[in-house]
Write a protein that binds this ligand. Structure first.
Ligand code: AMP
Length: 182
């Protein structure tokens, strides 16, 4: 199910641009103004629910940290489990990890080795607020596969289409982004 133009506008208008954060030249897409706008947050979550209720998903994997907000809420709406993909050193049990380059730095993501072990051939939706270079999402999709699950689709509220992140990630999984920034 696709988003209507009216719904897309409501979501788009609720996202705030912060110039030169966290460093010069970056336009940071601030989703806190989407979260505290009950209409925009409601339109977004309702759309995600309508789209993904037909996908036969077993888990949502949310990327640290803003992917947790949307991912955990959607998992609860779909009555399925939620798995956090966290930055290095935060998860207490045995992990699988992957390094990646960010639009502004280098980092590493991890997932618990048994995170998807509750069902056979688990179908997973990966979610984050934004895809830029795609480094984070690519590393996270690899982790999902290494942990024995299938990443059915990667979902982002915002896609920066002037970078190659979406194009590169499409080699690994289907990609859905609601608001595209050129
Ligand atoms: P990337 O790995 O380059 O695709 O970067 C994606 C991750 O970094 C996501 O978790 C985003 O939350 C964050 N991020 C990167 N660029 C921006 C930006 N311009 N505005 C907001 N968040 C960003």
């Amino acid at each position: 199910m696709e988003l209507s133009n009216a719904e897309r506008k409501i979501i788009e208008n609720s996202i705030r641009d912060i110039k030169d954060f966290p460093k010069a030249g970056i336009v940071f897409k601030d989703i806190t103004t989407l979260l505290n706008d009950k209409e925009a947050y409601g339109v977004l979550m309702n759309h995600l629910y309508q789209r993904y209720k037909e996908y036969n998903l077993d888990y949502i994997a949310g990327i640290d940290a803003r992917g947790f907000i949307f991912g955990a809420a959607l998992a609860q709406m779909l009555s399925i489990g939620f798995v956090p993909i966290r930055k290095h050193g935060k998860l207490p049990y045995t992990t699988i990890s992957e390094k990646y380059t960010l639009e502004y730095g280098v980092d590493e993501v991890e997932v618990h080795i048994d995170a998807f072990s509750g069902v056979q051939n688990p179908r997973v939706l990966m979610i984050d607020d934004l895809i830029a270079t795609g480094g984070t999402a690519n590393a996270a999709a690899s982790l999902i596969n290494q942990a024995g699950a299938q990443c059915v689709e990667a979902c982002f509220i915002i896609g920066l289409t002037f970078l190659d992140g979406i194009k590169n990630l499409k080699e690994k999984t289907d990609v859905y982004s609601l608001v595209e920034v050129n």
